[in-house]
Design a binder for this molecule. Structure first.
Ligand SMILES: C=CC(=O)SCCNC(=O)CCNC(=O)[C@H](O)C(C)(C)COP(=O)(O)OP(=O)(O)OC[C@H]1O[C@@H](n2cnc3c(N)ncnc32)[C@H](O)[C@@H]1OP(=O)(O)O
Ligand SMILES: NC(=O)C1=CN([C@@H]2O[C@H](COP(=O)(O)OP(=O)(O)OC[C@H]3O[C@@H](n4cnc5c(N)ncnc54)[C@H](O)[C@@H]3O)[C@@H](O)[C@H]2O)C=CC1
Length: 331
């Protein structure tokens, strides 16, 4: 049996501890493929997977990593052959099944996306689930009528994974982008300007005036990976007919909206799920990410690299909200 290195998370009392171990590949089941992983990436959900109260992983020991890109090493499914370049995000990867923080991974072929022309494995992981979620958010807003020239599009959590790809993607598509971030230092501001944001705002600037139920129309659309109580105020400042693509909860899971944005301005709240996005749409989105939605500075400006050994610290950093852009894991 082939041996491979992986980051293994184990329960130790109340804690989850993660370290690099050597594992043995089990026999391949019918319908599954074995992938030699070349790159993975760091997402907020990966950090939840190694948090005792993260509610993402039910059984330990566990190999985290909700993303991977690599080549097929063995296949028990007619759709894939040895040597094919592929990527996997979401489904049960790194949640119910061992994930991408490993040199080898075995997954159902139904989860596998052929690497689209126009993307390398490394670029695919510079996007990863966060980039896919940003792309899905922009697509849902476009389907709801958003087009360049209608006014500024707000991106919250703008220095994070979903946020930074969204800023860069929207700017590349010709949108005017307003980026909201808690990070006010010069480096973060230069980062956001470099991605194409034309307006920078602290989260406090998104608040509606005290006592107001709805406020001045500002945003033609919103990409929101932060959620939480601030979403009430964001909804109250979306322009007539605009949409809010809601994907995350780093700012909290609960919010208390009122009805006015919906019934006075026809504002749409669009739920974004990357995990179970159906395969035909998944492949269409990846094709656009390899084409007109591919940000020019994807690797140079947004992504940095980490090894398996460096992952535990990167996972702690993303939970603290300290991550800037995307971190690619090189196997
Ligand atoms: C890349 C993606 C992301 O980053 S998303 C963020 C990751 N977070 C999660 O995956 C959420 C994990 N789940 C939870 O934290 C909790 O389940 C909860 C807060 C969402 C709800 O907790 P509660 O105690 O109110 O209910 P249950 O846990 O009993 O669940 C109720 C019902 O919902 C189903 N469900 C739970 N998690 C998910 C999920 N991630 N996707 C889809 N559905 C989910 C759960 O199975 C229950 O349904 P049932 O039909 O009864 O099985
Ligand atoms: N719906 C889906 O399919 C997906 C959901 N997500 C969710 O999107 C969110 C972002 O994920 P990533 O980009 O990977 O994480 P990230 O940590 O890279 O980015 C999150 C950003 O939010 C900021 N932030 C944290 N707390 C905040 C607060 N109270 N107010 C304002 N900003 C705050 C952080 O500083 C950071 O810039 C997470 O909640 C994640 O679970 C991510 C991918 C897929």
């Amino acid at each position: 049996m082939e041996q491979y290195r992986a980051l293994v998370a184990r329960l130790s009392g109340e804690e989850v501890l993660a370290s690099v171990e050597r594992l043995e590949a089990p026999p391949l089941q019918d319908g599954d493929v074995r992938i030699r992983v070349s790159y993975s990436s760091v997402n907020y959900k990966d950090a939840l997977a190694v948090s005792p109260r993260g509610n993402v992983v039910k059984r330990y020991p566990h190999v985290p990593g909700i993303d991977l890109a690599g080549t097929i090493a063995a296949s028990k499914d007619a759709r894939f052959r040895e040597g094919d370049s592929v990527l996997v995000t979401g489904y049960g990867l790194g949640v119910s099944a061992d994930g991408g923080y490993a040199e080898l991974a075995q997954v159902p072929a139904d989860w596998v996306v052929p690497l689209p022309a126009g993307l390398t494995a490394r670029e695919a992981m510079a996007f990863g689930t966060a980039g896919f979620t940003a792309a899905l958010s922009v697509l849902r807003l476009e389907e709801a009528g958003l087009a360049p020239g209608q006014g500024p599009v707000l991106v919250t959590g703008a220095t994070g994974g979903v946020g930074s790809v969204a800023v860069s993607m929207l700017a590349g598509l010709g949108y005017e982008v307003a980026a909201s971030s808690r990070k006010a230092d010069a480096e973060a501001q230069a980062f956001l300007r470099g991605l194409g944001a034309s307006e920078l705002l602290p989260p406090e600037a998104l608040r509606m005036p005290e006592g107001k139920a709805i406020a001045r129309e500002r945003w033609a659309g919103v990409v929101d990976p932060v959620g939480g109580p601030a979403l009430r105020d964001v909804l109250g400042t979306v322009r007539y007919g605009g949409g809010v693509a809601l994907s995350g909860f780093t700012g909290g899971a609960d919010f208390a909206p009122n009805v006015y944005p919906f019934i006075l301005r026809g504002v749409r709240l669009l739920g974004i799920d990357s995990v179970l996005c159906p395969m035909p749409e998944r492949q269409r989105v990846w094709a656009r990410m390899a084409g007109d939605m591919k940000p020019a500075g994807l690797l140079d400006e947004i992504a940095s690299e980490a090894t398996l050994e460096e992952l535990p610290e990167a996972l702690r950093a993303i939970l603290r909200g300290e991550m800037r852009g995307r971190v690619i894991v090189k196997l």
